[in-house]
Ligand binder design. Structure first.
Ligand code: HT7
Ligand code: ZN
Length: 874
């Protein structure tokens, strides 16, 4: 496959002003009539260039230019492109293609899911529908007429407003949609199905009434309310915080079961993976509700950050994704607890994005090259991209950041632009120079910030020497220092924050400072300190870096209970737990577990004055995935054993406290979805899980009772998970069976049921995983099912996946090869755990590498998988 380089970007030779589409939908295929109004781009240097239209898996029926059918010699149908060598300055091109949505298992372009037609055009799916200059800098107005059987497909949707509808012969009907906003083809959408409509309205800040509609299969009609409310909250928030008003008269959301990602922000017609939009108290966990709120908001926010202002090319993907993730994280923080949201975001970043940055597919937030763009919908583009925008926000402050975003939207409305245009708008609005900051977009890898301190008791001066280093990544060495905002504070021995006086004369310095690191090494001095302070570093995780500082366990225990920064209190607890677990890896069973860890957790469990949402997070031990990420040559079974030992030790030591915590927090009265109730359920389920890890008989009774009487999915699944992960084998079997019987007709709940088993150290061993793949509810064509068994096993059940006999690796390689033929995007995502082979101890890494080589040697490797496998082996 060919590599595409940012440095080779050229403006399009031709622009499309208008697209007229007519879809004839049938059971055995679809005919697509497209009329493009094309003109030469005055900004292109390629005068007289041939017209080049992308295509993929299309059967061309005819081509006409200005109404005259072109003869075979007047164009070239190359399979992946339609080329017309000679065209006038301005013309109409009519193309008719035949496609087979019913056979489209890639889920790119137009396909069928549970009997309905739907589309996924980002990034390059529109070319699977018709020949088109399928690049985001070609923006056109679309008019779309859909024709289909009225009985089977009563609902026909596309972008914009519906402008005509009527009956046709043979029981067919049509609807025509017109989108007044020019857009790239990746934002095109079509849906046809037998769907129920849920209606609502929203009045914008300028008083316009917007029709809000959700379209779902009839069986899901009762699962729409939460998403609809989340949508309204998002619309109001974007007006209040960013001054962004919705622009069409209608906003639609559709839920489909088969979808490669979470959702898609098509203009006025967002399409969602059912699991990211449908929810009820009975079927969705608290985590699912929160995810739905965040994704509904994310897709809605794209209407401005992505649709009205879009990307010039796919190297700029983070322009819309990083900014929009930042916006949705601000929204979630405002809807709940900012500290808890920050902890969740940083957990994902440090566990998975740092691993990506240290792996073979490491790339900058603005990549310089790619083979297959679908492989670049990564944590780096999304999460690190959001961190980069967050740093700009922190450097500029609320007011100037808002001035910058206003300028960006105003300056570039209706345009396809670059990350550099975004930074420039921020610079112009604030007067700040962000030239060095731009390196965050260009350099891959996670900066390592190492901190040394010293204290001169005679002078009362405390010094910090801070160095930064950015590791080499594939194709990038010798990196320059980046502009790092480093928030910090100092505490005295009583836990009181100290004024940060940076000169001898200063007296009432601020209690927190954001140090701006721009050099490879800096020294900062703080004056007027009567005792050696305890540093609180990188508060609120002010930059996506690894901090190295030789924390003692005393310091961590101290920060855990005294740091005024909630995030850092949590982080101190994590660092302490990591240190304790790491110190036990490979030690004999009877080695002592640091006793102060249990003391610290006991304090947390029993202090009702603490924010219980934060306590719930602090009680979660660092995940195995995070411990692996921190390890040099990871021996997963040894890490797993050490973590289990700490978990069981804590459960044993804190039995009574855990039981008391459970009883205190067990919900009385009606189910609530507020932050307090969520924290209480989380505390109960953590306490239950810990106690069940030591097969505590009282906990078993509680788990069985909770499982039987739960009036919501968080509690039911919490109890099921505790039973499944316990040694009570008979209870486990019974609970799994009764859960399945109750929810077998609900695909989203069945996915939870699969993933509880696939992630379990007890139940999720390979022979059982193989049985799950044979289960009648498992479906290879459904990405959610594949993710909930194969993805969860390889990504979350680390000890089973890294079985020393290599069976987990061979299993994954086999499933990846099988999936590559039907859905390359899913195959190439699923292979990720194997690509990290260099991270593991030799006995493991050699077998992982061999499994990857097996995939490499498969016939007809897709471009998606080819890129990932070859880069991982390079
Ligand atoms: N912008 C959307 C990306 C997306 C996607 C990309 C590749 C293949 C399938 C896909 N489905 C959705 C989602 C988002 O970030 O909002
Ligand atoms: Zn997005």
């Amino acid at each position: 496959p060919q590599t595409i380089y940012l440095s080779e970007y050229k403006v399009p030779a031709y622009l499309v002003d208008h697209v007229d589409l007519r879809f004839e939908l049938f059971e055995d295929g679809a005919r697509v009539h497209s009329t493009l109004s094309v003109r030469r781009n005055p900004e292109s240097a390629e005068a007289g260039a041939p017209l080049f239209l992308h295509g993929d898996s299309l059967k061309l029926e005819s081509v006409a230019l200005n109404g005259s059918v072109l003869a075979a010699g007047d164009f070239e149908d190359r399979g992946d492109a339609l080329i017309v060598p000679s065209v006038p300055e301005q013309f109409e091109l009519q193309v008719v293609t035949w496609i087979e949505p019913q056979n489209n298992t890639r889920l790119e372009g137009l396909y069928k899911s549970s009997g309905m037609f739907c589309t996924q055009c980002e990034a390059e799916g529109f070319r699977c529908i018709t020949f088109y200059p399928d690049r985001p800098d070609v923006m056109a107005r679309f008019r779309t007429r859909i024709e289909a059987d009225k009985g089977a497909y009563p609902v026909l949707l596309s972008n914009g407003n519906s402008v005509a509808q009527g009956e046709l012969e043979n029981g067919r009907h049509f609807v025509t949609w017109e989108d007044p906003f020019p857009k790239p083809a990746y934002l095109f959408a079509l849906v046809a199905g037998d769907l129920v409509e849920k209606k609502n309205t929203f009045t914008t800040c300028s008083g316009r009434n917007i029709d809000l509609r959700m379209y779902v299969e009839p069986r899901n009609a009762q699962k729409c309310d939460f998403a609809m409310d989340a949508l309204k909250r998002s619309m109001r928030w974007d007006e209040d915080v960013y001054g962004r008003e919705y622009d069409l008269d209608i906003f639609m959301i559709v839920a489909v079961d088969d979808f490669n990602m979470g959702a898609m922000e098509n203009k006025g017609l967002n399409i969602f993976n059912s699991s990211c939009v449908l929810a009820s108290q009975d079927t969705a966990t608290d985590a699912t509700f929160q995810r739905i709120e965040a994704i509904v908001a994310h897709e809605y926010f794209h209407n401005w950050s992505g649709n009205r202002v879009t990307c010039r090319d796919w190297f700029q993907l983070s322009l819309k994704e990083g900014f929009t993730v930042f916006r949705d994280s601000q929204f979630s923080a405002d809807m709940g607890s900012p500290t808890v949201k920050r902890i969740e975001d940083v957990t994902l970043l440090r566990t998975a994005q740092f691993a990506e940055d240290a792996g073979p597919m490491a790339h900058p937030v603005r990549p310089a090259s790619y083979m297959e763009i679908s492989n670049f919908y990564t944590l780096t583009i999304y999460e690190k991209g959001a961190e980069v925008v967050r740093m700009i926000h922190n450097l500029l402050g609320d007011e100037l950041f808002r001035k910058g975003s206003d300028l960006y939207f105003e300056r570039h409305d209706g345009q396809a632009v670059t990350t550099d245009d975004f930074v420039k708008a921020m610079e112009d609005a604030s007067g700040r120079d962000l030239s060095q900051f731009r390196l965050w977009y260009e350099q891959a890898g996670t900066p390592v910030v190492s901190v040394e301190d010293d204290y001169d008791a005679d002078k009362g001066v405390y010094g910090l020497t801070i160095r930064q280093n950015i590791p080499d990544t594939p194709g990038q060495t010798g990196k320059k220092p980046q502009h790092i905002p480093f928030a910090m504070g100092l505490l005295d021995s009583k836990g009181q924050p100290l004024p940060l006086n940076i000169s001898a004369g200063e007296q009432d310095g601020p209690l927190e400072r954001v140090l701006e690191l721009t050099e490879a090494e800096h020294r900062f001095e703080f004056h007027g300190l009567a005792e050696r302070p305890v540093p609180s570093l990188l508060r609120d995780f002010s930059a996506p870096v690894r901090v190295q500082y030789p924390w003692s366990r005393e310091q961590l225990l101290f920060l855990m209970s005294h740091d005024p920064d909630g995030f850092n209190r949590w982080d101190a607890g994590q660092r302490l737990a990591v240190d304790v677990i790491q110190s036990l890896v490979g030690t004999p069973e009877q080695a002592e577990v640091e006793p102060r860890l249990a003391d610290a957790y006991r304090k947390l469990l029993n202090d009702a004055s603490l924010d219980q949402a934060l306590v719930a997070k602090m009680l979660l031990l660092p995940s195995e995935a995070y411990l692996v990420e921190l390890a040099e040559q990871a021996d997963v079974p040894a890490i797993h054993a050490a973590r289990e030992r700490v978990l069981k030790h804590l459960a044993q030591e804190l039995k009574d406290d855990l039981l008391a915590c459970y009883q205190r927090n067990r919900e009385q009265g009606d189910y609530q979805l507020g932050p307090d109730a969520i924290a209480r359920r989380s505390l109960c389920n953590t306490a239950l899980g810990w106690l069940m890890s030591i097969d505590d008989e009282r906990a078993r009774e509680l788990a069985l009772e909770q499982f039987r009487s739960a009036d919501n999915m968080t509690d039911r699944l919490g109890a099921l998970r505790a039973l499944v992960n316990s040694g009570f084998a008979a209870d486990r079997e019974q609970a799994l069976e009764s859960f399945y019987q109750r929810f077998s007709d609900d695909p989203q709940v069945v996915e939870l049921w699969f993933s509880v088993q696939a992630s379990s150290g007890q139940a999720g061993q390979l022979p059982h995983i193989l049985q799950l793949l044979e289960h009648p509810a498992f479906d290879w064509k459904n990405p959610n099912k594949v993710r909930s068994v194969v993805g969860v096993f390889a990504g979350q059940n680390l000890a089973a996946f890294h079985n020393p006999d290599g069976s987990g690796y061979q299993f994954l390689a086999g499933q990846v090869c099988r999936l590559d033929d039907s859905n390359p995007q899913i195959a190439s995502r699923l292979v990720t755990p194997l690509t990290r082979w260099r991270k593991f101890a030799p006995a493991y890494s050699s077998q992982m590498k061999a499994a990857l080589e097996g995939i490499r040697d498969k016939d007809n490797l897709s471009r998606d998988l080819y890129e990932v496998v070859h880069k991982s082996l390079a």
